[in-house]
Ligand binder design. Structure first.
Ligand SMILES: [Zn+2]
Ligand SMILES: [Zn+2]
Length: 280
């Protein structure tokens, strides 16, 4: 049973076969998916919320992506606050810093990230974080802003981690979970694999970041949540644990982090399920 902790299934690239892609994920043992609201313009968040409303195994986050940090303003913040009260919205994000593409100016990115961490803290919400750029130039300020805005008391995950071993350990010390995508499966990702090996199992998440970054075996194709297990295979090898254990642990970690209801298939869920109300 897998949990894809970060995917963009609302992307246009799923327009023709979104329901089929969700079904392929279920057939592949994916029992929950986090549909990341940001990354396709601010209004894209509404698509993620709507998708989560329509599917019991899809949950949404809402936020402003660092590429689109210039969109942040008071009205946007108000909308985020409203969405975060929605029962199917389970966190803020993805937000963070991207000094690699630099699609928004650095100071604008910093401000937008700081505001979202503060919002998450005010509403006590977990945060899915994007960080890209030179390490430490983008990574050090990310951690500074997180701590300055009170992120230390929150749950946060560094999604699609590609940074250094050294920063990963600073992030773990600060309480972050670390999520790996298909990049870790690529031949030539030796250094990243060593980082993944050093992240303790109880802080490890898996994701596809679909439609991007299809794992080895599917490279060059549109990625989809059904392939999250391929990322898990590499991590299971690195940690020398059975695939089923890696799946269970990473799903539990993500469920805890995003405070998802227990999977309907798990024994705890059926044990605590309330008996059906007798019909009058
Ligand atoms: Zn990202
Ligand atoms: Zn993403």
């Amino acid at each position: 049973m897998w949990l894809d902790s970060h995917c963009h299934v609302t992307a246009d690239r799923f327009a023709a076969d979104r329901d089929a892609a969700l079904q392929r994920a279920r057939d592949a043992g994916v029992d929950a998916m986090i549909a990341i609201g940001s990354g396709y313009g601010f209004e894209g968040n509404a698509d993620a919320v709507a998708l989560a409303e329509g599917h019991a195994d899809v949950f949404a986050t809402v936020g402003v992506h660092p590429h689109e940090a210039s969109e942040m303003n008071d009205a946007v913040l108000r909308r985020l606050r409203e969405w975060l009260a929605h029962p199917r919205v389970v966190g803020v994000g993805e937000c963070g810093l991207d000094f690699h593409y630099m699609n928004s100016p650095e100071d604008v990115q910093r401000r937008a990230f700081a505001v979202q961490v503060a919002l998450a803290r005010e509403l006590d919400q977990p945060v899915s974080i994007h960080v890209r750029g030179d390490d430490p130039d983008a990574y050090a300020p990310l951690l500074e802003i997180w701590l300055a805005e009170g992120g230390g008391s929150l749950e946060g995950v560094l999604h699609c981690y590609t940074g250094s071993q050294a920063f990963a350990h600073r992030a773990l010390d600060a309480g972050f979970a670390v999520s790996f995508s298909g990049i870790v499966t690529f031949k030539g990702s030796g250094e990243l694999r060593e980082v993944a090996r050093s992240v303790p199992l109880d802080r490890l998440l898996v994701e596809t970041d679909a439609p991007f970054l299809a794992p080895e075996g599917h490279r060059g194709r549109r990625n989809e949540p059904a392939w999250v297990g391929r990322v898990g295979e590499t991590l299971a090898e690195l940690h020398d644990v059975p695939l089923e254990e890696l799946a269970r642990v990473t799903s539990d970690n993500a469920r805890r982090l995003f405070r998802l209801p227990a999977s309907p298939a798990t024994p705890e869920a059926s044990a605590t399920a309330s008996p059906a109300t007798p019909r009058a």
